[in-house]
Design a protein around this ligand. Sequence first.
Ligand SMILES: [Zn+2]
Length: 235
Amino acid sequence: MIKAHPTDAMLHAYVAGELNSASALVVSTHLDMCPHCRRMANAVEEELACEFESAPAAQLDGDDMHLMLDAIFSSSASKFDTEVSPYPAQAEAQAPVKPKDAMITLEGKRFQLPRSLANQKHRIGPWSKMMGNMWRAPINLGTDEVANLIYMDRATSVPEHTHRGTELQLVINGVFKDEYGSYSDGDMLVLDHTHQHTPETTDEDCLILAVMDAPLHFTSGISRLLNPFSSLFFR
Ligand SMILES: [Zn+2]
């Protein structure tokens, strides 16, 4: 049961085509996994369509018209049933993905990627080992945004840290927990400087899609020595 979802504002921005590609990839992948948010997104889509329909055409000046056309062409209208994505990084390879093409392997384990992420499989770079039993594979979206797949093996923890910017995390498979709760398949977290936490896995491993706009800031003990290098680990 998914219990952590994008905020209404984020869902609205997603449908309106206002999120950057990396954040859109996280929300889109969450939608693949979350029927509740798919319904919400469809409702927002209808709401936006009604707003445009009710705007008198004569009152649209050149800029408004431009905005409207942008919105129409970047809109996720019908996306949820026709596989068409609103964002450039996701606009390619939108045909349904065969299950075997959506598999990735790491450390002898196989993971099934949700459709939005599977469509970006060719953008996933090589895995590299980070601290402890964590691995990272960058996802090159062709922009400055930083998206990574992070794999935490069982009984692994990240030193306590906070976030200088905003980080989106989506659990693709497995379970991790922190001081706020326990998260599993489909849970999507929005983390910022107000969250100081120590993510860890116990008897299950965890594959996470993570997008961040600034390096982590480690807050406790010797791990603070990592701060000058945290951009190497987490970007
Ligand atoms: Zn949801």
